[in-house]
Design a protein around this ligand. Structure first.
Ligand SMILES: Cc1cc2nc3c(=O)[nH]c(=O)nc-3n(C[C@H](O)[C@H](O)[C@H](O)COP(=O)(O)OP(=O)(O)OC[C@H]3O[C@@H](n4cnc5c(N)ncnc54)[C@H](O)[C@@H]3O)c2cc1C
Length: 434
């Protein structure tokens, strides 16, 4: 579909004028949005999308917010599972899984990392063994974001130990509602529990839930990771939806859609708790209110922050222009993710400097945050401190900063790889931790 950003925004607003009704339930509204292609516009038209570019999709999200309607279901289903299944899944799988994602019926989590397999993801030890028409899965995953509200999981498991580690992995769509799965929340220093440990004991996956073919899981997982980097990086926009949580566990589907729009507007774009830190605008307002804007070093850092955000935006526009003529910028996703880490670190440092001693105070629950706000009279302080506490996360998930540098060095700049026997030695013969 060839269309300009302006056309896309106009088109989605015209559609919203006819379709948006705040008195629908969240589930009813997402059914309309998802089946229209506006929930996941970057997916192909054959997979409940509209074949738009990422930049056009950001315009669609902005148009929905400006119109005052509830946005698409957020989370890893829309960000990662849907585009991965659209790329590698067969027609039946696309219908079965993607429809439930874009209409918010199913929430997904990502069962990739293990206690001994993070950066070295291909060293994972969770096993899947064939048993008739099913696979039986045993092992442990960790850092599973949203595992406590997930209906389905993107699971990678070892299906062959006699071949080198990258060649014996298979990708499955796993039903999280079964006795063989135990989810244990982990509490983070922000006070929230965004992620979990997940224990798999004789969990079952039907054979037709294998995505992309037997022992081809490394290629499929890399598709997921590429979407993760592109979606999370600076200038890439995000798949963040409204404040409603998709899936059957959170309980939002039966609630009134219009009530979540008010919540979105109250929180403001870019609020921490989403993944993108305190916005430039929030920091400037805070600095103006407490007078620290008169400090030239604060002004200088706010300008640096603005520059980094603008560079991210220009890189994204440059990529768009190149792609329209069949070109590409190798490693842009990795660079965007590194840039996001840098933006968050700078936001944390200048944010805490603006707050001064107030930055040492934090409420670990909603009630504590409200009390703190009343005592200090500063509504933005909790957001800045929470962002500062969360800043360490994004430079780790989706591949750490060091791993992004390795990828850029080896695959983009062509530097020699670190010597290892991983590509030639059978997984069962590799030395392992623990
Ligand atoms: C907020 C958050 C959410 C997450 N959500 C999920 C999720 O939903 N699903 C999921 O599967 N995982 C998730 N993760 C896990 C994340 O993908 C891993 O933490 C990450 O891949 C790093 O793995 P690790 O923690 O095992 O660290 P390790 O791999 O043990 O790394 C430790 C340190 O060594 C460095 N290092 C390791 N190898 C190299 C190398 N070859 N060269 C140079 N330096 C190296 C790393 O950069 C790091 O500094 C999440 C993590 C966070 C922080």
């Amino acid at each position: 579909m060839a269309s300009t950003d302006v056309d896309v925004a106009g088109e989605v607003k015209a559609w919203l004028s006819e379709q948006w009704d705040p008195d629908l339930t969240v589930g009813e509204w997402w059914e309309r949005l998802g089946t229209s292609g506006w929930a996941a516009p970057t997916l192909p038209e054959s997979s409940y999308g509209r074949g738009l570019s990422r930049e056009e999709a950001v315009r669609v999200q902005q148009a929905i917010v400006e119109f005052g309607a509830l946005g698409a279901p957020g989370g890893l289903g829309l960000l990662l599972a849907a585009p991965t299944i659209a790329t590698h899944g067969d027609t039946d799988q696309q219908e079965r899984y993607i429809r439930a994602i874009v209409t918010g019926q199913a929430a997904w989590c990502q069962l990739f990392s293990e206690p001994n397999a993070g950066s070295d993801l291909a060293g994972l030890q969770t096993r899947a063994v064939r048993d008739g028409d099913e696979w039986v899965v045993n092992g442990q995953k960790v850092w599973t974001s949203g595992g406590q509200v997930a209906d389905m999981a993107m699971l990678i498991a070892r299906t062959d130990t006699d071949v080198p580690k990258h060649q014996g992995i298979t990708y499955f769509a796993l039903d999280m509602h079964q006795p063989g799965i135990e989810v244990r929340p982990l509490r983070e220093m922000t006070g929230r529990s965004l992620f979990n440990e997940v224990f798999l004991t004789d969990a079952r996956v039907p054979a037709d839930a294998m995505i992309g073919g037997l022992n081809n899981g490394w290629a499929v997982a890399n598709t997921t990771l590429a979407f993760e980097r592109a979606g999370l990086g600076a200038g890439g926009g995000s798949a963040a939806g409204g404040a409603a949580t998709p899936g059957s566990v959170a309980g939002d589907l039966a609630r009134r859609a219009g009530d979540f729009v008010r919540n979105v507007n109250q929180r403001g774009a870019g609020a921490p708790g989403g993944m993108f830190g305190a916005s430039e605008k929030l920091l400037i307002e805070l600095a103006r209110r407490n007078g620290s804007i008169d400090d030239p070093t604060v002004r200088q850092d706010l300008m640096r922050l603005h520059e980094l955000n603008e560079i991210g935006r220009y890189m994204s526009l440059r990529q768009k222009a190149l792609r329209s003529t069949g070109g590409d910028i190798p490693g842009l996703g990795n660079m965007a993710k590194l840039s996001m880490s840098q933006i968050l670190r700078l936001s944390r440092d200048v944010g805490l400097r603006i707050l001064g001693p107030l930055g040492t105070l934090f409420g670990y629950s909603a009630a504590d945050r409200k009390a703190l706000e009343e005592v200090t009279g500063e509504p933005g302080a909790s957001m800045v401190v929470e962002m500062a506490l969360f800043t360490q996360g994004p430079s780790i998930y989706g591949g750490t900063d060091e791993i992004q540098h390795n990828i850029l060095g080896e695959r983009v700049l062509g530097l020699p790889k670190e010597p290892n026997a991983d590509k030639t030695t059978a997984f069962r013969d590799l030395p392992k931790n623990g």
